[in-house]
Design a protein around this ligand. Structure first.
Ligand code: 5U9
Length: 130
């Protein structure tokens, strides 16, 4: 009903704000757009579920997320994929792994600091009721 739409609207506003802040952070530039298959042809062979910050925004607008937990699961794909695709000791791999770890910690810190647990509980209840 109406109250449920109010909660999901507020969820989308929160998730867009988080995603936009991540997209503006220069450390996360490599994570802002889908990996370009022309530039990185083997990426799709290695990474089964690609994800990036622009796709998170599209998913938010398409109302894919009913809870913050669902959003965090997709956001986690971004840094998990980067760690998987860049396992080597060469400086480029280490550099992107460092940024992937910074993304992981930044997402968790924002959620811990800014998400009211009562609000997430209401979102979970909306999800269960569907
Ligand atoms: C988004 C992402 O994880 C990504 C984009 S390029 C890349 N890695 C490289 O280009 C090479 C450095 N060793 C492979 N990783």
């Amino acid at each position: 009903e109406e109250q449920e739409e109010d909660v999901l609207r507020e969820l989308r506003l929160f998730l867009r704000n988080v995603t936009e802040r991540l997209s503006l952070d220069r450390r996360f530039k490599a994570f802002t757009k889908p990996v370009d298959i022309e530039e990185v042809p083997d990426y799709m062979l290695v990474i089964r579920k690609p994800m990036d910050l622009s796709t998170l925004l599209t998913n938010i607008d398409e109302q894919k997320y009913v809870t913050v937990g669902e959003f965090v699961s997709d956001a986690d794909l971004i840094w998990q994929n980067a760690l998987e695709y860049n396992p080597d000791s060469d400086p480029m791999d280490r550099h992107i792994r460092h940024r992937a770890c910074a993304l992981k910690d930044t997402v968790r810190a924002i959620i811990r600091d800014e998400l009211d647990e009562d609000f997430e509980r209401v979102c979970e209840e909306v999800k269960e009721s569907r």
